[in-house]
Ligand binder design. Structure first.
Ligand code: C2E
Ligand code: CA
Ligand code: CA
Ligand code: CA
Length: 279
């Protein structure tokens, strides 16, 4: 009945995007979707740019809306954050992601990384670290193969609770990635103070590595600095062969982007997997 109401409203307004509905309605529908299990994890492969080998997957939230079809996160993450629904959303995506990763590992073999996105609001919520560890343990996914992605802005000096939560996770073996690096105020000098294991270079940065020599130089410097600090770089938003070739030649260990694969639902990823070796 709610979806019919929704459709009627959309039709009445002649609009088609969810975010044209007011955020109270959106929040209400999102809460229902979460309860119904309609917010799922999709997976984008993370590969070695030199070989194309699958190294891991990033879980990305998708709302499978009965009327609207597939809804991408830019249309609901902000509302989830402002309403606090992000706590349930994060837990739902994490559980689904771990479930999917366990299946994926049966086909691809052990050692894959699973990365999940975490909002500041989740990270500072009471008990976040312990809840996350319990959920991952219950799923059977190894804690050492989980990476939580946070943005650098969450980790400035004033964010004690966020740092504490990350420390809790890291001491249990979970890895941390700094997402969207190269946007905003990223400073090389801060790199060795961040509680992180991976640096994810933003699309905007990747887009320029083959068009600007200065950017290519910056990438090279960043790679050697990251290496010295024990950070692994993941180049995001790789769309062109030339970018992958440059990344490979500069020794960038990890990459993801449409060139390799779009985010896929679990069944498509399983179907794309190499046939299992039969003894
Ligand atoms: P992000 O973490 O930076 O994720 C990468 C985004 O880039 C994804 O968009 C992905 O589909 C897209 N992408 C991947 N390869 C390419 C490429 O080659 N070119 C271009 N142009 N884009 C590419 P998506 O799935 O729409 O997610 C958007 C953002 O929503 C994410 O950005 C992340 O910040 C947030 N998000 C997604 N899932 C979750 C979640 O479960 N929890 C939280 N808190 N945030 C999430
Ligand atoms: Ca991310
Ligand atoms: Ca990113
Ligand atoms: Ca982002």
């Amino acid at each position: 009945a709610d979806t019919a109401l929704y459709a009627a409203k959309l039709a009445g307004r002649g609009r088609s995007r969810l975010d044209d509905l007011d955020s109270t309605e959106l929040a209400h529908d999102l809460a229902q979707a979460l309860a119904a299990g309609d917010v799922r994890a999709w997976f984008q492969p993370v590969v070695s740019p030199a070989t194309g080998t699958l190294v891991g997957v990033e879980a990305l939230a998708r709302w499978l809306h009965p009327e609207r079809g597939l809804v991408r996160p830019d249309e609901f993450i902000t509302v989830a954050e402002t309403t606090g629904l992000i706590l349930d959303l994060g837990a739902a995506v994490l559980a689904d992601a771990c479930r999917g990763a366990v299946e994926l590992a049966r086909v691809h073999g052990p050692g894959l990384l699973l990365t999940v996105n975490v909002s500041g609001r989740e990270l500072v919520a009471e008990g976040y670290g312990d809840r996350t560890l319990a959920a991952v343990r219950a799923s059977g996914w190894p804690l050492e193969q989980l990476v939580v992605e946070v943005t650098e802005s969450l980790l400035d000096a004033s964010s004690g609770p966020a740092l504490q939560a990350l420390h809790r996770l890291r001491s249990a073996g979970v890895r941390v990635a700094i997402d969207d690096f190269g946007t905003g105020y990223s400073a090389f000098s801060r790199l060795d103070t961040l509680p992180a294991d991976y640096l994810k270079l933003d699309h905007g940065f990747t887009a320029q590595i083959t068009t600007s020599e200065r950017r290519a130089g910056l990438l090279q410097a960043l790679l050697s600095l990251s290496d010295a600090l024990g950070l692994q770089v993941v180049a995001e938003g790789v769309e062109h062969e030339e970018q992958a070739a440059l990344l490979a030649s500069l020794g960038c260990p990890l990459a993801q982007g449409y060139l390799f694969s779009r985010p896929l639902p679990l069944d498509e990823l399983l179907a794309a997997a190499p046939a299992r070796q039969v003894a």
